[in-house]
Design a binder for this molecule. Structure first.
Ligand code: ATP
Length: 530
């Protein structure tokens, strides 16, 4: 029997025993025999199975299909299976009652749900009401207004600062280490949490604070969800193999996220620190398309026509650094993240990235910068300048101590000092299928840099497309790729348009001659469920 949860009810999954026969959906569900309902279950949608006290099982699954009659696209369904034994192949989803709630959600731990309303397709609120709240209810957890009443607390974002403020508060009251935060957002939520917690600490520390850190459970409701996809990369391949064997589709990211919420274990999340020169400013989204721009970099001079500000608001970078867990970039990636954020592009939804990319590739700007790296084992001020590899030089990558050691052998050529792309990352994927750093393993804490020079728009496109083929781009002659301890990018550009850097989605504008220094951190400021 399938009983579809009605979003908005008070944690009220209706099991067959208390199903409301006046409810048309329940009535419809009651028309179906339990055997049929179980037989119709889609394995890839199953979140968990709980055993009932009376024997039998409740099978919970996530339905993400939109309905033609305007029904909610996200809902939790429960099917009762009255057999004494689960049908073949379902026992792996069984969660033992004795282990519920799991340790990371169990008192005395405090549980907070953070609902980021502007993330991705703005489905977080619906997901909370229609899926998470009833699922938590099923394992005995209910929302409450105050910690003293027990249960979990819910924070719904009202502004772009809500998550940071929440984290700051959490850091100040000293309870962060006993808290699990279920985060319904994209990558921005994680970064806001990291930086908010850091700001609560005093004074600014060079090393992460060792006291027990909060645990984050990610439910991927953003656009890119780079961290979530990178953490679940092996799971995707395992699930893909199992799915191929059983000829079933692989589970969706949200199903995987819910399974991890119930069965995952907390692990330290590697982070980096991006420090900036004194004139660096965090900038808001661009006010309009970039100004008409004459770019004659190919004939070695750059003519700019942009002098006025291209953004509405800017703020200093408190403490001179930002923390990140995903990516810090300069060049095409940073420009794309920033320039696709105009009101004019935003109305096109996620197509805005393709549109902004097409415009940027037409300009094919070669960014004037010095890129220096510090490798593991080098002393703290021992930076080596790198030049973009030249395609004209034949290369034979030879795996070395830095796992991309061969890349350093790639030739140096005319492209010296001009880059199209410089990206430092702790994760493998920027989207589910966009593998920017194929050698990165989940939580390996290794910082890697991917870079290439003034290769032109068509070649940039070719390199990006190769990244969609499981990261094949890193084997291309034009692309540098290696593990580093730290990267320093110093920007010589006149035009502010080309002085933007990106740290996990936040945009920072550097002053002329300004720099960004990205270094790996030891330890873990937060833990993440995997
Ligand atoms: N109610 C709100 N009003 C204004 N801004 C909000 C609100 N809720 C969330 N935000 C902001 O929206 C942004 C959402 O970022 P998030 O990374 O979660 O989603 P995304 O950008 O769609 O996904 P991804 O980063 O994974 O591509 C954050 O910067 C957050 O501060």
């Amino acid at each position: 029997m399938t009983v579809q949860h009605q979003p908005g009810g008070p944690g009220d999954i209706q099991s067959p025993a208390n199903a409301d026969l006046d409810n048309p959906e329940v009535q419809h569900a009651n028309d179906e025999s339990p055997e049929n309902a179980v037989a119709k279950l889609k394995r890839e949608e199953i979140v968990c199975i709980l055993q009932e006290a009376t024997g039998g099982y409740l099978i919970y699954s996530l339905s993400e299909e939109s309905t033609s009659d305007g029904g909610k696209p996200l809902s939790l369904e429960v099917v009762q299976c009255q057999q004494q034994h689960l049908p073949d192949g379902l026992s792996e989803f069984l969660v033992d009652h004795a282990s519920l709630p799991p340790p990371h959600l169990k008192s005395p731990r405090k549980v907070h749900v953070v609902v980021s309303t502007h993330s991705g397709l703005k489905l977080s609120q619906d997901f909370y009401e229609g899926v998470l709240r009833p699922l938590l209810g099923a394992i005995g957890l209910e929302p409450s207004d105050s910690e003293s009443e027990g249960g979990y607390q819910v924070t719904v974002t009202k502004t772009a600062n809500t998550v940071r403020d929440f984290a700051r508060e959490l850091g100040r009251d000293g309870s962060a280490g006993e808290t699990t935060i279920i985060l319904l957002s994209g990558d921005g939520g994680v970064v806001d949490l990291l930086n908010g917690l850091d700001h609560a600490s005093s004074p600014p520390s060079n090393t992460p604070p060792p006291p027990s850190s909060p645990t984050i459970a990610l439910l991927p409701l953003g656009t890119g969800n780079a961290l979530f996809h990178s953490l679940h990369k092996q799971h995707y391949s395992a699930a893909a193999a199992a799915a191929a064997a059983a000829e079933t589709p692989i589970p969706s990211p949200l199903v995987l996220g819910l399974r991890t919420l119930l069965k995952g274990t907390p692990q330290p999340l590697p982070t980096f620190k991006a420090s900036f020169s004194p004139g660096a400013r965090l900038v808001s989204a661009p006010v309009d398309h970039p100004k008409e721009h004459t770019d004659t970099t190919t004939t070695t001079t750059t003519t700019t026509t942009t002098t006025e500000k291209d953004h509405e608001k800017e703020s200093p970078i408190t403490r001179g650094y930002l923390l990140g867990a995903i990516v810090a970039s300069y060049g095409f990636h940073a420009s794309l993240v920033w320039e696709s954020d105009t009101p004019a592009y935003r109305v096109h939804g996620d197509k805005r990235f393709g549109m902004a990319a097409a415009e940027l590739l037409k300009v094919s700007h070669a960014y004037d910068a010095t890129v220096e790296i510090r490798r593991r084992g080098d002393s703290s001020d021992e930076f080596t300048a790198v030049d973009p590899p030249s395609s004209s030089t034949t290369t034979t990558p030879t795996p070395g101590a830095n796992d991309g050691g061969g890349d350093r052998e790639k030739g140096k050529g005319k492209d010296q000092g001009r880059f199209n792309y410089v990206l430092t990352t702790l994760v493998s994927n920027l989207e589910k299928t966009f593998t920017i750093s194929p050698r990165s393993e989940p939580l390996d804490g290794r910082l890697r840099v991917v870079y290439f020079g003034d290769v032109g728009g068509d070649k940039t496109m070719e390199i990006m497309m190769a990244a969609y083929r499981e990261g094949e781009h890193v084997r291309m002659a034009e692309v540098g790729y290696e593990e580093v301890e730290e990267v320093r990018v110093t920007v010589a550009e006149e035009d502010a348009r080309w002085r933007k850097v990106c740290v996990d989605g936040s945009i920072v504008e550097l002053e002329r001659g300004g720099w960004m220094r990205v270094g790996r951190e030891e330890g873990g400021r937060v833990r993440v469920l995997v």
